[in-house]
Write a protein that binds this ligand. Structure first.
Ligand code: PMV
Length: 325
């Protein structure tokens, strides 16, 4: 039976950077994010005796660098469901993958939902969030709706994400700015493994629980100024860790910094515009919905900007009726 699912990307406010147990993706800290409607993966899965081996096609390409990770994930599903059939998986992203834009989050969330259903499993939201985490840590946050907290946990069953607020809780928008479509040189898996070499890492981990509580409060109160200030502090903290590992990880491009500074200029003009980054050069600007079209238009005109995508908070992974093969 073919099953298809669609899952949103999510960009974290407070980020997952470092693993306590890399074998099952237990993070060093909890994190907060929101599911975004403008960046998503759609995936169709079928297990069948007709397939002699797993066939995986991502964005029309059979040679994705994540193939081994996906086959390992399918093995986990087969194990859980007690089946032996190989699978065909076709997945499409509507945005450039592996460029620091959460493609593994939407990709593994869609795969978790589609493949578990296709294998005959009927998992709860919590079970799906745990399952998605095995594919990619951030995928755990693309299962629940809207504004999401990933509880760090200490073992497989206690590390999962849940919805803090539904998508319509706050009229927040995001302007994703694509400045470089190339795949990043240092993957987030390599990044997670390296963060412990930064002399500042332990301090980051110590401060995180207090920041999580504060950020949840700002989201609850819909306080864009306080939210934005903490968002930017976290972006720079996260970047400082990346810059001080051995060897260091320089994700920023000159255009990235130009846009970060441009956000400050837009704020002086009275627009709400606060930046963050993931493990890549693409700036992501959080703002109130009313300001998003103006901000996107202004950023689009800057040199080095290839594309902007305006997103709104949305629900988590869902089944869909249209199959990709
Ligand atoms: O899910 P992963 O292993 O690709 O890690 C993603 C890590 C960051 O995107 C850098 C931060 C985050 O919280 O999403």
């Amino acid at each position: 039976m073919k099953v298809s699912a669609k899952a949103p990307g999510n960009i974290a406010f407070l980020k997952f950077w470092g693993k306590k147990d890399p074998s099952i993706n237990i993070p060093e800290n909890g994190s907060l994010s929101v599911c975004l409607d403008g960046i998503y993966s759609t995936t169709t899965v079928e297990f069948s005796k007709d397939y002699s081996e797993d066939e995986i096609i991502i964005d029309g390409d059979k040679k994705d660098r994540e193939l081994d990770r996906i086959i390992k994930f399918l093995d986990r599903i087969r194990n859980l469901a007690g089946i032996k059939e190989k699978a065909k998986v076709v997945s499409n992203n509507n945005f450039p993958k592996s460029s620091g834009l959460a493609s593994s989050a939407s990709g593994f969330a869609a795969l978790a939902l589609a493949s578990s259903k296709a294998a005959g499993l009927n998992l709860s939201e919590k079970e799906l969030s745990i399952l998605a985490r095995h594919g990619s840590g951030s995928a755990t946050r693309s299962i629940p709706d809207g504004f999401v907290e990933w509880l760090q946990g200490e073992d497989d069953q206690s590390s999962y994400a849940y919805s803090l607020f539904p998508p319509n809780h706050w009229n927040l928008s995001v302007v994703i700015t694509i400045v470089n479509k190339n795949q990043k040189e240092i993957t987030s898996t390599q990044g997670h493994a390296r963060v412990h070499t930064s002399p500042f890492y332990q301090l980051r981990i110590q401060q995180m629980p207090e920041k999580i509580e504060r950020m949840k409060q700002y989201i609850k109160e819909r306080d864009i100024q306080k939210f934005g200030q903490l968002l930017e502090e976290e972006c720079l903290n996260f970047t400082s860790i990346s810059l001080t590992t051995t060897p260091y990880m320089l994700y920023l491009e000159p255009v990235t910094i130009r846009i970060m500074k441009y956000c400050l200029k837009l704020r002086e003009e009275g627009l709400t515009s606060y930046y963050t980054l993931d493990a890549g050069p693409q700036p992501v600007i959080y703002c109130l919905g009313k300001d998003a079209p103006t901000i996107a238009k202004r950023i689009q005109n800057l040199e080095g900007v290839e594309k902007t995508i305006i997103c709104k908070p949305t629900h988590g992974a869902r089944l869909v009726n249209t199959h990709l093969f």
